[in-house]
Design a protein around this ligand. Structure first.
Ligand SMILES: *Cc1c(COP(=O)(O)O)cnc(C)c1O
Length: 217
């Protein structure tokens, strides 16, 4: 597929949901993709990208930023506290705030640096032991804790279990966000972003459908 096709599908999903065209942010997930593919998407004018590792992002985005203006980079993968400062220098948004310790580290850095990326709190909606994020029943307390730290919490993020209907998880995330007065919903990937938009996603994270399959070779 291509950026143009995915954008067209996204616009149709927005229209079907009665939402304004362009109201959902398309994060092109460029992790592991060859630079040539990423560059092609930059040449097409797209500027919003997602990476899931700080190290990998640090290796390619400073150079792209020298050549392309207005790049908006989102961290969508787990963040170790010792990489948080580096993440502040690279990312405009962090979608993987998944534990109090990280929230406290980010709050301290925000004080020191005088700015903070936009934040999404990750909720482990499927309660999977191997997955990051707070449990749904812990989410309200975690939102409150982050707000008490004055963090710029934009919304919530989830990654549904691969073998379950994602819509149930999207609906659960939307419900938790609504009762906490949060408007941002980072949910939906290549296989299910239209369903996520139907349930209120404000940010979809689409990788392989734009760039092709990832080669972990
Ligand atoms: C890799 C990744 C994506 C993109 O997945 P695709 O299926 O390639 O669209 C989205 N979100 C997160 C958190 C990811 O790690």
């Amino acid at each position: 597929m291509s950026l143009a096709e995915i954008t067209a599908r996204l616009h149709k999903a927005e229209a079907d949901a009665g939402r304004e065209t362009g109201s959902v942010r398309l994060i092109a997930v460029s992790k592991v993709q060859p630079n040539a593919r990423v560059e092609a998407v930059l040449e097409e004018g797209h500027r919003c990208f997602g990476e899931n590792r700080v190290q990998e992002a640090a290796g390619k985005w400073p150079e792209f930023r020298e050549r392309f203006d207005g790049i908006d980079l989102h961290l969508i993968g787990p963040l170790q506290t010792n990489k948080a400062r580096q993440a502040f220098g690279l990312f405009q948004a962090i979608h993987s705030v998944d534990r109090p310790k990280l929230a406290h580290t980010i709050a301290r850095l925000a004080q020191e640096e005088g700015h903070c990326p936009e934040l999404f709190l990750q909720v482990n909606t499927g309660e999977e032991p191997q997955k990051a994020g707070v449990l749904p029943r812990e989410a309200d307390d975690f939102v409150a804790e982050c707000r008490a730290l004055d963090l710029p919490v934009k919304g919530l993020m989830c990654i549904p279990p691969v073998d379950e209907e994602p819509s149930l998880h999207f609906a659960l995330l939307a419900k938790i966000a609504a009762r906490n007065g949060l408007t941002g919903l980072s949910m939906g990937m290549s296989g299910d972003f239209e369903r996520a938009v139907a349930l209120g996603a404000t940010h979809v994270r689409v990788g392989s459908a734009i760039f092709g399959a990832r080669d972990y070779g």
